[in-house]
Design a protein. Structure first.
Length: 482
């Protein structure tokens, strides 16, 4: 190998070249994405252009997600020890650095802004300056890891009813697909600070960060991201004064809180001390599609036939580990049930985790929107995740695999109610028990519990939640129709 460099034209790539026998193959391998390229050889030597972009799930060609990608160049006597370092370079839609045999991909932000001082300077420039607010909405879902959940459904309804409103989407990097007509702003960039500082309405589904200070006239609609089974915020086990202070500081930033149902409204109001402020109980906008849509397009994007039985395994995250729990062997689950198994890790396991693989197994942790996966699935296997309160909108069977229930309930988090007593499906402790339940497909014994569950948690999930929420936004003048 004689040269390694990055180039940005016509698209970001890592170019390797050399003389003598050409390598057999070259690839970049990350936890959630992989790219490879053919080696081109001639009389003068060889060259390979490794793209720093990829199309996933049948979507558009986009920059690689942020993270570390192992560079593999094999054959022709070349090994990883010979790979040179290449300095950091911003390449339009991303930035890249080759170091110690790995390509580090990051968002396309000037490194000068990476420091605390750089971010503080942007905060002073954009977040506190006087001036009129824009007729704009700033959306953020799961800290910019994707454009999904309740903010996405509200975005779509605002675009339909008030197309003149500017819609900014906070994204971790430009691998995140934003809705048509929206403007992506990379977190921490000057554009991001400006958009968050001038938008009249902020719609978020998790905590605000980077010392957000609401300007006069700004309104924050906190949609949250699920009806809670597990205890959260002020209700978590063990009193921690720093955590309590952080919860209260965050809660005071919100003007309106959205809840899926009256039960969630009661829990969230107390857990976040959200007192004497509006709490809208309108159902979840993200669940509208579960009433009005179908899973055909998602199955097609995943390469799954219409006749296939699809099991979605979607456990929640654990406070004592970074990656998805390993309670299921998805390959054997697929073989034993004759199904396609979709593995969906929690958003908190997206960065530290890696895709699982196997025959008839598809890791969809990086898939943009959970609601589309719920539509595509024939059955859900979960544990304590709030996805249980969404999937029940479909009426399809649910199974609860809870081998660590005693530890989770007694030590990690605790529950707001007895899941085993109210679960609208089998509660099992082992994978063999799960396989037996999935194979039996006996839903009749749980029909009464399922009906009671839906009455308690899905009464407002009628396909029109986004319409009701946006009507309130417009009627209260939080944004203008133009």
């Amino acid at each position: 190998m004689t040269d390694a460099r990055f180039h940005a034209d016509p698209a970001p790539a890592l170019v390797l070249s050399g003389t003598g026998p050409a390598p057999e193959r070259a690839s970049l391998e990350g936890p959630r994405a992989r790219v490879s390229a053919e080696v081109v050889a001639d009389d003068d030597g060889w060259r390979v252009d490794l793209p720093l972009h990829v199309a996933r799930w049948g979507g558009p060609d986009l920059p690689l997600p942020r993270g570390s990608y192992a560079l593999r160049v094999s054959g022709a006597g070349i090994d990883d020890a010979e790979l040179p370092d290449v300095p950091l370079r911003v390449l339009g839609t991303l930035r890249a650095e080759l170091r110690d045999g790995a390509v580090e991909i990051g968002p396309p932000i000037d490194p000068v802004y990476d420091s605390g001082e750089g971010q503080a300077a942007l905060e002073r420039r954009y977040a506190t300056r006087p001036g009129e607010l824009e007729n704009a909405v700033f959306f953020e879902s799961f800290y910019g890891r994707n454009a999904s959940c309740n903010p996405l459904a509200i975005d779509r309804e605002i675009a339909r009813r008030a197309p003149g409103v500017t819609r900014y989407w906070s994204v971790a990097d430009l691998s995140v697909v934003v809705p048509e007509g929206a403007v992506a702003v990379v977190e921490g960039s000057p554009e991001w600070w400006r958009a968050r500082g001038v938008s009249r309405l902020l719609v978020v589904n998790d905590w605000l960060r980077r010392r957000f200070s609401r300007r006069g006239g700004q309104v924050v609609l906190q949609t949250w991201h699920g009806t809670p089974l597990k205890r959260l915020a002020l209700h978590r086990p063990g009193f921690d004064p720093r955590r309590a202070a952080a919860v209260l500081r965050e809660s005071f930033r919100w003007d309106i809180l959205l809840a899926q149902n009256p039960y969630a409204a009661s829990v969230l109001r107390k857990a976040y001390a959200f007192l004497r402020r509006p709490l809208w109980v309108e159902g979840y906008p993200r669940n509208d599609v579960l009433v009005t849509g179908d899973g055909a397009s998602t199955r097609a994007a995943l390469g799954i036939g219409a006749e296939e039985r699809v099991i979605l395994y979607a456990p929640t995250w654990r406070d004592d580990r970074d990656e998805i729990v390993d309670f299921v062997d998805p390959t054997s689950l697929a073989a034993d049930t004759g199904s396609v198994v979709l593995v969906r890790g929690h958003s908190r396991t997206l960065q530290p985790g890696h895709d699982l693989a196997g025959p008839r197994v598809i890791d969809v942790t990086g898939y943009p929107d959970t609601s589309a996966l719920l539509l595509a699935a024939d059955a859900l296997v979960t544990d304590y995740s709030s996805v249980m309160f969404d999937f029940s909108v479909t009426g399809k069977p649910m199974y609860f695999l809870v081998p660590d229930m005693d530890h989770y309930r007694g030590t990690l988090r605790g529950f707001y109610f007895d899941l085993a007593a109210r679960a609208p499906g089998p509660v099992v402790r082992t994978q063999p028990e799960l396989v037996a339940a999935l194979t039996a497909e006996e839903t009749a014994p749980f029909a009464e519990k399922y009906d009671a569950w839906r009455r308690a948690f899905n009464a407002r999930d009628d396909g029109r939640a986004a319409e009701r929420v946006v009507r309130r936004i417009l009627d209260q003048g939080l944004i203008e129709r133009e």
